[in-house]
Design a protein around this ligand. Sequence first.
Ligand code: MG
Length: 262
Amino acid sequence: MYDIKNTRLFLLDMDGTFYLGETLLPGALEFLALCRETGRQFAFLTNNSSRSKADYVARLRGFGAQVTERDVFTSGDATLLYLAEHGFPKEILLIGTPSLEEQFRGAGYTVRAERPGTVVLGFDTTITYEKLTLLCDAVRTGLPYIATHPDLNCPVAGGFLPDIGAVIAFVKASTGREPDAVIGKPNAYIARAAAQKYGAALEDVCMVGDRLYTDIALGACGCGTALVLCGETTPADLAACGLVPGVVCADLAELGTLLRNS
Ligand SMILES: [Mg+2]
């Protein structure tokens, strides 16, 4: 049985876990306070590479969370680490939002290189037919092709935005290729990179989230998982999926209670 009290670092999903649209979810701020009070670390881990860390910090602060950019880790951050670790060239074709482009340029990348050595796809809410054509052309040439994360849809008030997974499917239909690597949750890479950044061992990390195929599937890498049922997953989804979270709880309020009583 998974014992949550051994957790040293909680990786917190945001949408559906900490807040839902414009609503702070029950126990969210209290959970951060509890982590601080008990000497545990927390970090916000998101697959959404369409926004910058500054955007997330502003949003979290708007909800009253006292956080800084150090407390946020995105699939864009993990992708930059991956590219550097694997020695990929700095001349790339990046398909992403202006904020992702800025992040990559800040790390020394040419994001629209004339002769790119790698194709990097982010969640691009500014995508155009021209960008899709550029992307497919570059993928078709056989360049290494990396996607920041796999999500099919991004939850927003009243429904969904088609996320990067829908673009990955588009590229597959046109070129026959899937990405060579998909970095975000549930890829173990992002958990290891986050654990390393915050100085925790993977087995002392717990991923807390509301989505089965990203947040909870991350547990395959050896970290703990806690499913909150205040986001997109229903108990019926959980029963049908075959994944077994370390902890299942209504929300961060209940997770806090479990942690206090553990
Ligand atoms: Mg979520």
